[in-house]
Design a protein around this ligand. Sequence first.
Ligand SMILES: Cc1ncc(C[n+]2csc(CCOP(=O)(O)OP(=O)(O)O)c2C)c(N)n1
Ligand code: SF4
Ligand SMILES: [Mg+2]
Length: 286
Amino acid sequence: MMDTTYYNIDCEKAWCPGCGNFGIHEIVKEAMAELALKKEDLCFVSGIGQAAKSPQYYDVSYFNGLHGRALPVACGIKAANPDLTVLVESGDGDMYGEGGNHFIHTIRRNPNITVLVHDNMIYGLTKGQASPTSQKGMITSIQVQGVTSTPLNPPALALSAGASFIARGSYSEPALTKEIIKQAIAHTGFALVDIFQACVSFNKFNTHAWYKDNTAIIDDDHDATNKISAFELALQEAPWLLGVIYHVDCESIFEENLFPYRSSNEPLYRREKDLSVLQDIMDEKK
Ligand SMILES: Cc1ncc(C[n+]2csc(CCOP(=O)(O)OP(=O)(O)O)c2C)c(N)n1
Ligand code: SF4
Ligand SMILES: [Mg+2]
């Protein structure tokens, strides 16, 4: 088995002491090490936020893009080089708020990527405004009378959009979350792992104690291939359930359906490019 230090980089992590991001970062390294993933075969993508910094702290290739725009970049990377293992790692605001449209439509396209969302139910980086997963009634610096919007349910949304692997983990259950992430990476197709994470500085409602008291592990007898049962589990609250909610084989993936791959498996990045064709199009539009 590979050692997690293989992914280490000499760089200080700019997170608050006690932040759940530290735990998730270590869990991801353990999952990658147990799958013996080589650095050269990996590419991380993230947007903006505290969670989105996580890829910067592995010694791997990554693309840190615009807020909410990790998923289209991940699709582009997969289109150019389908052989890469592409992991998207970002926050609840980045993925479900600013990136909400991409979240829905990328699931429909079904690229073979793994999406890890550090869900602290708050905008951490910008100092504590409500995110799409903030619970009703929570008082923040902006929602001074409490959040009034209904929180988004990411697993249920992903299920309705057609994702074939959906799970919920937590920084507070490292062994379970590591196994879930390994399964998500091994899955062919879009895989979502929504991972609960405490933001100790700005989310004073979903504290370490809250996560312990309000989560439970999915029973072994859950049939993860049954969509109706999966919806029931995804929609359950107090306790919120941790584990694999839904997992089925998918029929086809985004990159296989792309026109250039119908005639050849040669990755796009290795093909000869005739830039004169592009030049002709641009000249035509002058
Ligand atoms: C287009 C755009 N809108 C707003 C911002 C400001 N902004 C940066 S990070 C962030 C919230 C990040 O929240 P989340 O993804 O939950 O990450 P966390 O910091 O909680 O890990 C916001 C609103 C921005 N950088 N770009
Ligand atoms: S603000 Fe919250 S999410 Fe950001 S590093 Fe601090 S504890 Fe973690
Ligand atoms: Mg957040």
